[in-house]
Design a protein around this ligand. Sequence first.
Ligand SMILES: [Fe+2]
Length: 332
Amino acid sequence: MPLADIVIVDDDTGMRSLLRTLLERGGHTCREAADGVEARRLLDERPAELLLCDVRLGGESGLDVVRELAGSHPETAALMISGIEDPEVWEEALELGCYGYLTKPVPESALAIGVANALRRRQLERNVLTSAYEETVRRLALAAEYRDVETGRHVERMSSYCAVLARRLGVDEAGCEEIRLAALLHDVGKIGIPDSILATPDALTDEEWHAVRRHPELGHRLLAGSGSPLLELAASIALTHHERVNGSGYPRGLRGEEIPLEGRIAAVADVFDALTSERVYQAAHTADEARAMLEAGRGTLFDAAVLDAFQAAHDEIEAVRLGDRAGSAQER
Ligand SMILES: [Fe+2]
């Protein structure tokens, strides 16, 4: 049975502690709130999987509390509990998207099953949403590839390097996979830059440079504000992968830890891949030359801890780089 962090909202102290006893006996963790204000404070403090909310909270309607919290805490599922069997009330609860409606006195079995079902449904819905976001990321990355002369191979390799570096820096497996997916979109803002500029083998004019340097902001604008943690991470990488720790990067000239970790990771991964790849404007450097060039920027252009992780992950980085080369050779 899935276990959860549950916030119980009831103005009756005795009822709250009874529900808490029953739920904690089932292994859940509970916090108690007497009204909507307290419930919001608890959720702001720490998110919860489930809100078990009484319909009549003194002078306040539990349905109004759920309606209000649904906007600010969409990650929390709501289960209503009530002393009255009023069809109008439970129909409204259903319309609000509540995951169930229990009537007092609630037998322990009904409570356990109601809570377990609500948690399972919440998990299923979240899984569907997560895969939808992942699919969005893959398709947007594909759209960006159509516009980028450097092809999808660069994007795939750079993203894999990011995941390797994140793992070395102590990010957990789920976090590394998120960074890998999010990094696929680091250059998505290039969608807004003319082909003639992206594909030119000549040195760029000042005006063309100005256009190219807009791609972090364009990518960020495209990705930010969805509320999906994955797309927000992608927005952050898009915005900050050309920042440098001494403030010489763009678009904002951020320094050191003003640049989020994912941006500092993406900077090393992106430059290493650019240096070791054939580009319209340059021949490829060897991996050793590229490593030495990155080291020359230690602490000035690149974050020292990320470079340490990069050097420590030498074998994994090479496996990605060489594995990819084998992959491209087979494709031709
Ligand atoms: Fe870029």
